[in-house]
Design a protein around this ligand. Structure first.
Ligand code: KDG
Length: 315
């Protein structure tokens, strides 16, 4: 058995060290980025077994991504390669600590060729949790179908479905995004939207209203509120969980993925929702303190240390 199965596109991420417009940058350190593999790596570092499915180009970038994710202890055995399309690329342009632009070179990429027939049903059904994001269905029609197929398999095997909307309006129209995100939400047991995503999906305003509306009676909805923490709506309970103060944001991208990894890790440990979300908040805060999508994802000892009050504070 594996703890979590996730699927989605991972790209080679070129992220300059300097903060300036990309047209004046000469050097681009090479990393990897992709919401689902960020989550998979986060979970693996926290001690869980994770399977990640995707399609990579038969090119040096595909092999770089494959080796990196495998090197993090994620099971990549179901990942496919194709010679018909290249591995996708992503550039980050940082103009100030919180102001990040993202440029995608992923149209027609290998991952956008994922097809439902390529999912390994037996493998997927061995997982306790299926994690899906709203990025994968935006990549192509076959990617959308692959996500829906994964959901169908998960439902047949009574798996828990965790959904992070990860709204990316560079990838699809508002209308289609709203329809598909709400369709996936109707199958999810746990949803992890940011406030803006929850507002987009529901057309409602306040944190309480969006969570109530998305919960649809029986879903657990955890609305991410950045440095303010998160708001949980589950069953008859609804409450805020404080965030962790971040002294210096170095790179805001990837916090939500760290948060998702933290939530699933806590659920797998059967902890209370409040404990789960507190740790998820801590992980989100740790991620934004480091450059790169995955660099700041902690191991369990590291996050526990981060959450423990320091000796000075105790004195
Ligand atoms: O959540 C972080 C992701 O946005 C980043 O890794 C790139 O997957 C990515 C995407 O599609 O935006």
């Amino acid at each position: 058995q594996i703890d979590v199965f996730t699927l989605g596109e991972t790209m080679v991420l070129f992220q300059p060290d300097q903060m300036s417009p990309l047209d004046s940058v000469h050097y681009f350190p090479k990393k990897i980025g992709g919401a689902e593999s960020n989550v998979a790596i986060g979970l693996s570092r926290l001690g869980h077994s994770v399977g990640w499915f995707s399609k990579l180009g038969e090119d040096p970038f595909g092999s770089y991504i494959y080796k990196t994710i495998r090197g993090e202890g994620v099971d990549v055995s179901t990942c496919r390669f194709t010679s018909k399309a290249p591995t996708g690329l992503l550039f980050k342009e940082q103009l100030s600590p919180e102001d990040m632009n993202v440029y995608y070179y992923r149209n027609g990429s290998a991952a956008s060729m994922m097809a439902p027939s390529e999912l390994d049903e037996t493998y997927l059904s061995r997982a306790k949790i299926l994690h899906v994001t709203g990025i994968t269905p935006a990549l192509s029609e076959t990617c959308f179908e692959t996500v829906m197929k994964a959901i169908e398999i998960a439902e047949q095997h009574d798996m828990t479905i965790v959904f992070d909307p990860n709204l990316r309006l560079k990838l699809w129209s508002e209308e289609r995004a709203k329809d598909v995100l709400n369709e996936i939400a109707s199958h999810a047991h746990i949803m992890l939207p940011g406030l803006d995503e929850a507002q987009f999906m529901t057309g409602k305003e306040s944190v309480e209203e969006v969570a109530e509306s998305l919960s649809d009676g029986d879903k657990t909805v955890i609305v991410k509120l950045g440095p303010k923490g998160a708001y949980i709506h589950s069953g008859n309970e609804a409450y805020y969980v404080d965030g962790f103060p971040v002294e210096r944001v170095v790179d805001p991208v990837g916090a939500g993925d760290g948060f998702a990894a933290g939530v699933m890790s806590g659920l797998l440990r059967e902890e209370s929702l409040e404990t789960v979300v507190r740790r998820a908040n801590a992980i989100g805060a740790m991620v934004v303190g480091m450059k790169g999508d995955i660099e700041g994802l902690p191991r369990m000892e590291e996050v526990n240390k981060y959450m423990a009050p320091s000796q000075d504070q105790r004195d």
